[in-house]
Ligand binder design. Structure first.
Ligand code: SF4
Length: 354
């Protein structure tokens, strides 16, 4: 058995939550407080090997190395845009890929991460949906995206995280929750405040409600239409959980004081950008404690959809300001690289039009 085969037989230590690791250590006669030390080395100090964990004995290094790996993901491709947006394509152990995008802002660096290889949700405007679902990312693979991008950044720090890359997070809820426990662990983990972490869903209602009971990170919902006919067409999940069911659930969603649900709305020319759409969207927004994020469609030659012109976008936005609904337009970033969700992976998998 060669080194790679041997390492594939072992589990990535990052698959374990701190609670799992404590249990494993106890079962192996190692003091449970070591879990905190190991977590610090993994998530705060970016250790590349168990041997680097200098406050842990050699004997424990050997036990850990015999049972776990602590590998980094291989960067298959990296594209850097003129505006600093950086896209990473990571090669996984089974030769599939995960993608993430670092989006620099004035006062923040936001990393958009993936939760699945492919996606089963079939949204019409999304290239990831073209190849269907291949598999869920494991907790360790989700965490590795953050750890490995941070390792690659020499003079910048990731400040915000959004689960908006490839895949539907609530179709992989347990791994997402496990990853979030290490991300927001302020004692030994990545130390992100829950206010800096956002999970975005296409609207898997029961899983979303369940998630709201278990996590206090921010919620974003990808809406993209104001009537069921259009949303059925754009997002098949709407046939199962139509707009009224989704908004009933959002009304009851547990929210900490001062928090709002972000409603994401991709503006697509001639599909959802009319004055009537704006009026219906205002009514929906008034039902919940939310804020609206308008995202002009990121055009791509392979897509059947187009971005509305700037005038239409400005007029659409003005309706919300006039009606006291918090609304912003997301600035397009990384237009000179394959920055749309799933583009690099799609290029690898040779997916065609969407
Ligand atoms: S937009 Fe999100 S939920 Fe919809 S198909 Fe793409 S990755 Fe899946």
């Amino acid at each position: 058995m060669n080194k790679k085969e041997k390492s594939m037989k072992k589990n990535d230590i990052k698959e374990l939550t701190k609670k799992d690791l404590i249990e494993w250590l106890e079962n192996n006669d190692i003091k449970p407080y070591r879990a905190g030390q190991i977590f610090k080395w993994l998530y705060m100090k970016q250790a590349n090997s168990f041997e680097e964990m200098t406050d842990i004995s050699k004997k424990i290094h050997i036990i850990l190395s015999d049972n776990f790996t602590n590998d980094r993901l291989e960067i298959e491709e990296k594209e850097i845009s003129n505006d600093g947006t950086t896209k990473y394509l990571f090669k996984l152990n089974d030769n599939y890929y995960s993608e993430c995008v670092l989006i620099p802002g004035e006062d923040r660096n936001t990393l958009c991460i993936s939760t699945q290889v492919g996606c089963a949700q079939g949204c019409k405007f999304c290239l990831t949906s073209k190849g269907g679902i291949i598999r869920n990312l494991r907790c360790g693979e989700i965490l590795s995206q953050i750890r490995d991008v941070q390792f690659d950044l020499t003079d910048q720090k990731i400040t915000n995280l959004v689960f908006m890359g490839m895949g539907e997070p609530f179709a992989n809820s347990q791994s997402v929750l496990d990853a979030i426990s290490a991300i927001t662990d302020t004692d030994h983990g990545m130390k992100f405040s829950p206010r800096k972490v956002t999970v975005s869903t296409c609207g898997l209602v029961p899983e979303m409600i369940d998630f709201g009971k278990k996590s206090n990170v921010n919620l974003a919902v990808s809406l993209n239409a104001t009537d069921n006919k259009t949303r059925d067409f754009l997002m098949p999940i709407n046939r199962k959980y139509p707009i009224e069911v989704l908004f009933d659930a959002l009304k009851k969603y547990p929210l900490a004081p001062r928090k709002r649900i972000t409603i994401e709305y991709i503006l697509i020319k001639g599909i959802n950008d009319s004055n009537e759409d704006a009026m219906r969207l205002i009514k929906l927004m008034k039902k919940i404690k939310g804020k609206l994020n308008l995202i002009p469609f990121n055009e791509h030659p392979k897509s059947q959809f187009r971005r509305p012109d700037n005038d239409t976008i400005e007029k659409f936005l003005a309706h919300f300001h006039k009606n006291s609904v918090i609304a912003t337009i997301r600035k397009s970033m990384g237009q000179d690289i394959s920055a749309a969700c799933g583009q690099l992976d799609a290029n690898k998998r040779k997916l065609s039009e969407y």
